[in-house]
Design a protein around this ligand. Structure first.
Ligand SMILES: [Zn+2]
Length: 181
């Protein structure tokens, strides 16, 4: 009997685990603060199969690295599983007031989902954001912060796009839906 179960698992586990994880993100704290487009985005990230994203919150990495509001983690080019993480606790402790916290949670969800779409797309990982949109706030964030200094040019471009799209949830939602399914 045990052998039989193991064989079933060998062929079917991938799908079964993915199925069990669908919707689990709704239990996480940050989801309560999302507005409509961000909810649509997180739902699409949850349903992505190319690769799978495991939505998490306040991981040990978040606690050890207080500069991060969120991150997407996996090895580029190939793997089927990535972590999509919101460091809600960090955003909460850095808030100036409750509405700034809510706004920041939504921005981070959109920013990290831009990375989701870039990873789903592969190739040059670019979502095709017009160059003029990378000026100002995105360039300031990427070129003035230490955590982006050691990154490759490609990763810096990915960050510029993600910062540029923080106020454009529907661009990000369309990109996730276009490239992740
Ligand atoms: Zn980023």
């Amino acid at each position: 009997m045990k052998k039989f179960l193991f064989l079933i698992c060998f062929f079917a586990c991938d799908q079964a685990f993915a199925f069990e994880n669908v919707g689990d993100y709704k239990k996480l704290n940050f989801v309560k603060n999302l507005d409509y487009p961000a909810l649509e985005i997180i739902n699409s990230v949850d349903l992505s199969k190319k690769p799978y994203y495991f939505i998490k919150e306040n991981t040990p990495f978040c606690k050890a690295n207080p500069d991060y509001g969120g991150y997407v983690y996996g090895v580029m080019l190939g793997p089927k599983e990535y972590d999509y993480v919101i460091c809600t606790r960090t955003l909460y402790f850095n808030r100036s007031n409750y509405s700034s916290f809510v706004k920041q949670v939504n921005r981070v969800v959109i920013h990290e989902a831009a990375h989701v779409a870039q990873i789903c797309k592969q190739g040059n990982f670019s979502l095709g954001v017009e160059k003029w949109r990378l000026k100002g706030y995105p360039e300031k964030m990427v070129y003035n912060h230490q955590i982006y200094q050691g990154k490759s040019r490609m990763e810096q471009l990915m960050e510029l796009e993600a910062f540029a799209l923080e106020d454009d949830p529907y661009y990000v939602l369309n990109s996730v839906n276009r490239f992740c399914f």
